[in-house]
Design a protein around this ligand. Structure first.
Ligand code: ZN
Ligand code: ZN
Length: 241
């Protein structure tokens, strides 16, 4: 399988990531990709960039090191009612928006029903393109419900390479991802691939995602990051045209 895009990565701007935008672009290019999304953590994540970062992104060229570049955010899901930490008005101007649950912004005390509701409510919002790392067993969800809602709302579910690292702090990710992929296959629901790289060495790295896709015998036509034409309609910057 040949991937051409990475829809989730971080530069220095996220505060706990270590490479510049250009270093990330060059590294993804060396991996053979032609499109990279830099989705910096939204403002409620401790140490990340502020609101103005997300409002000034149109100054950055969308082609860099021969790569097509997308600039957006990884917004934080804050509560079971699906509130997030960037306004609709800001999200609408971002190329791509990933929404994810993170411990510092959401806590660990919510039930499976609440986590599922949080994801469903976020998927219903305009300008949210992707649910990031829905594989984290610290935030259990009902995968059948999530997968069906992803189809209805045309939101992509993410296969997150960092989640699958043996040293990942997320829990049960491989088993959870396999369950999610089983439902994606059953209901023919498209997915995306994100390295969630926090350093250039990991940009465009899908080594663990590839293993799981093979184990699941997952059909390539449901993976949107193997062809720009497949991915395009799911991106904020294209949906608006
Ligand atoms: Zn994340
Ligand atoms: Zn991330």
């Amino acid at each position: 399988m040949k991937f051409m895009a990475d829809t989730h990565a971080h530069s220095l701007m996220s505060g706990h990531a270590y490479s510049t935008i250009r270093e990330m672009a060059a590294a993804a290019k060396r991996k053979g990709l032609s499109a990279l999304a830099l989705t910096e953590h939204a403002p409620d994540m401790p140490g990340t960039c502020g609101l103005y970062y997300f409002q000034n992104l149109d100054v950055i060229p969308r082609e860099m090191e021969g790569m097509r570049m997308l600039f957006g955010a990884e917004v934080n899901i804050l509560t079971p009612d699906g509130s997030i930490d960037l306004s609709e008005n800001i999200c609408k101007d971002l190329d791509i928006v990933v929404a994810s649950i993170h411990v510092p912004c959401y806590g660990l005390e919510h039930s499976k029903e609440e986590n599922t509701r949080a994801c469903l409510e976020v998927m219903k919002k305009p300008y949210i393109n992707i649910i990031g790392h829905p594989d984290d067993g610290r935030f259990p969800v009902d995968y059948e419900t999530i997968v069906k809602a992803a189809k209805e709302t045309e939101t992509l579910l993410e296969l997150n390479n960092s989640s699958l690292r043996p040293a990942s702090f997320r829990k049960g990710t491989r088993e959870n991802l396999k369950e999610m992929l089983m439902y994606c296959k059953k209901y023919e629901v498209p997915v995306t691939t994100g390295s969630d790289a926090h350093v250039d060495a990991d940009a465009g790295n899908f080594c663990y995602v590839e293993e799981v896709l093979e184990e699941c015998n997952f059909p390539e036509e449901l993976i949107m990051t193997t062809d720009w034409e497949k991915l395009k309609p799911y991106l904020n910057c294209y949906k608006q045209w």
